[in-house]
Design a protein around this ligand. Structure first.
Ligand SMILES: Nc1ncnc2c1ncn2[C@@H]1O[C@H](COP(=O)(O)OP(=O)(O)OP(=O)(O)O)[C@@H](O)[C@H]1O
Ligand SMILES: [Mg+2]
Length: 336
């Protein structure tokens, strides 16, 4: 288990990590999610040992490792910038850690080739210099290099950011499989909410050096604790006061608070009626086609816009200008 206890990290006067308290369980896929500059890389670097906290402790299975040097922590890291050896070929980059640990030639060869296959690097690519590879290929070399030693803890800093959408999903699944198979405790950094939701057992959402919420993907998404989390984790409607004033919604929620509802929780087709089901009249004023779904902007009678998504059924369902009813459950509204 990894524990951060009152960890503060400073760069001069700037307090990059304010006061971090966190437990990461053994075998867990744990993700730090947050916008650029919130401190994700900084925390990962402190776990691996590149940065010393100004105060606080980092514990590994109750052992204080705050002052333990990098090489004694036995945590493999994939850096945001890869940090590969440019003059060595791909094979030697992946083999590096095994050579340092004096594995036999045959063991190195078998492991390097197996891991290369897993991350989709071909035999021809293994003899190329790293500088001759594309960004995405270099990213895969970096992942292979970290995995080849079968570490008990793997720290990954945006390891899929340079890949095309298809390869990203493929490698994401591969990572998850390897992680589960070997039981590697994985600490993953991303600013991509979809990646965080699909991969993680638990997520910590960061904002300006502070953890806003720790929870499972479903908790983070459906029960966002703060306004920042609810906005960061997915598309959401801020329900304008006019909509609340002119509708039965005001009977169900606190009108003094800010109210949000996720796009997909609003439906253009009737929903199961419960005692907090609400129906509003509106007109479709805009639409964006995303392939598997379309996002409709609905102007509500009496003022205010709400966005909703409808999955594509293979034929045109709604046109801009259509007068429609929208349906929602007041219980799905998040208030802050
Ligand atoms: N070595 C450093 N010296 C001074 N400030 C730093 C240093 N490293 C990071 N910072 C600052 O600390 C904050 C957090 O940086 P960090 O790299 O951890 O962000 P991040 O969440 O990883 O962002 P990104 O998603 O862009 O990679 C930023 O404001 C950054 O400018
Ligand atoms: Mg970073």
């Amino acid at each position: 288990m990894i524990t951060f206890k009152d960890v503060q990290i400073h760069f001069g006067d700037f307090h990059a990590i304010k006061n971090l308290n966190l437990n990461i369980r053994e075998g867990e896929f744990f993700t730090f999610l947050g916008p650029s500059g919130c401190g994700k890389t900084t925390i990962l670097r402190s776990l691996v040992g590149f940065i010393n906290p100004a105060s606080g402790q980092i514990l590994l299975n109750d052992r204080d490792i705050t002052q333990v040097p990098i090489e004694k922590r036995e945590i493999s890291m994939v850096f945001q910038s890869y940090a590969l050896f440019p003059t060595l070929n791909v094979y030697e980059n992946i083999a590096f850690g095994m050579r340092v640990k004096k594995f036999s030639k045959a063991e190195v060869d078998a492991q390097v080739k197996e891991i290369a296959r897993k991350v989709d690097l071909s035999e021809e690519q293994l003899v190329k210099k790293v500088s001759e590879l594309s960004g995405g290929q270099q990213q895969r070399v970096a992942i292979a290099r970290a995995l080849v030693l079968k570490p008990s803890i793997l720290a990954l800093d945006e390891p899929l950011s340079n890949l095309d959408a298809k390869l990203r999903v493929q490698l994401r699944n591969e990572l998850k499989d390897l992680q589960k198979k070997f039981g590697i405790t994985t600490v993953y950094v991303t600013h991509d909410q979809e990646e965080a939701l699909t991969l993680s057992d638990r997520i910590a959402v960061f904002n300006k050096g502070i953890v806003e919420q720790v929870g499972t993907p479903r908790e983070i998404y459906n029960e966002s604790k703060t306004e920042f989390v609810c906005n960061f984790i997915g598309d959401i409607n801020l329900i304008q006061p006019a909509i609340i004033q002119n509708s039965p919604l005001k009977d169900f929620i606190d009108p003094a608070k800010k109210s949000y509802i996720r796009n997909e929780k609003i439906s253009l087709t009737p929903i199961v009626q419960g005692k907090n089901a609400v129906q509003l009249k509106g007109e479709i004023v805009d639409q964006e086609f995303y392939g598997i779904y379309t996002k409709y902007s609905v102007e509500i009678a009496g003022g205010g816009i709400l966005k909703t998504v409808e999955t594509e059924k293979g034929h045109d369902q709604y046109q801009t200008g259509d007068e429609i009813d929208i349906y929602m459950h007041a219980g799905d509204i998040l208030q802050y």
